[in-house]
Design a binder for this molecule. Structure first.
Ligand code: CDP
Length: 228
């Protein structure tokens, strides 16, 4: 049986993409690559430097020059990987509500997207990869052998994000998280360049009411059903 070499998983915030991709990659022995980390890293760096997130020129230059590295986890604190920006560990710093609130503005700049898309395509070309994001099936790897668009209702997604924050010992407010999820959906789906949408040839999975295990089984069935 020939497995799909490249698997693209797209979908809105907190739809369960990362968890699904990580499990699939592990089961298949593929690289798991979460492109959201790159947009978050640029956002974090811009906030650190006091740049206005609306400043397209500054943000584009930053995205082109920033050294973003993802490595196996160095600490056993619940992280799946280390994220380093110019050598600094920002694994948790890129997950704050402040980064959440600004990342979709940063990700809408065409210059930022061009710089990061180049880096993502280089990783995709090596194959044996499960890549996660918003535009993987449509823009980054339009020739991926399997494309999955993972959806869920805003309420279900906000509930998951809320539980994640509590599990990390952070404070969380469900209503605020729901509003933030909705705002990010609006920006991601409405932007001009590479908006969030399912590729025409993507399989759409809705994870409302499904456990992580059930979504994983369904995705694995799709992988095994492929004959490429
Ligand atoms: O984990 P979550 O789904 O909340 O978000 P993420 O995958 O870490 O992505 C954060 C943000 O980066 C998204 O809301 C998008 O604005 C942007 N992004 C993007 O535009 N294109 C991608 N391929 C990945 C992320």
């Amino acid at each position: 049986m020939n497995l799909p070499l490249r698997i693209a998983i797209d979908g809105p915030a907190a739809s369960g993409k990362s968890t699904l991709a990580e499990r699939l990659a592990k089961a298949l022995g593929y690289l798991y690559f979460d492109t959201g980390v790159m947009y978050r890293a640029v956002t974090w760096a811009a906030l650190q430097r006091g740049y206005a997130v609306e400043d397209a020129d500054k943000l584009t230059e930053l995205a082109a020059n920033l050294d973003i590295d993802v490595r196996p986890p160095s600490t056993d604190d619940g992280r799946k990987y280390d994220v380093l920006v110019n050598g600094e560990d920002v694994t948790w710093a890129i997950r704050t509500p402040e980064v959440d609130a600004n990342v979709s503005i940063v990700a809408a700049h065409p210059g930022v997207r061009a710089a990061l898309t180049d880096k993502q395509r280089a990783i995709g070309r090596r194959g044996k990869v499960v890549m996660v994001g918003r535009d993987i099936g449509t823009v980054v790897m339009p020739d991926a052998e399997l494309k999955i668009y993972l959806d869920a209702s805003p309420e279900e997604r906000a509930r998951r994000r809320y539980q994640e924050r509590l599990a990390r010992g952070e404070q969380a407010d469900y209503a605020q998280i729901l509003a933030a999820v909705r705002a990010r959906d609006r920006l991601d789906k409405g932007r001009e360049v590479a908006p969030l949408r399912a590729a025409d040839d993507a399989v759409i999975l809705n994870s409302d009411g499904l456990s992580i295990g059930e979504v994983f089984e369904e995705a694995l069935r799709l992988v095994k059903a492929m004959d490429c």
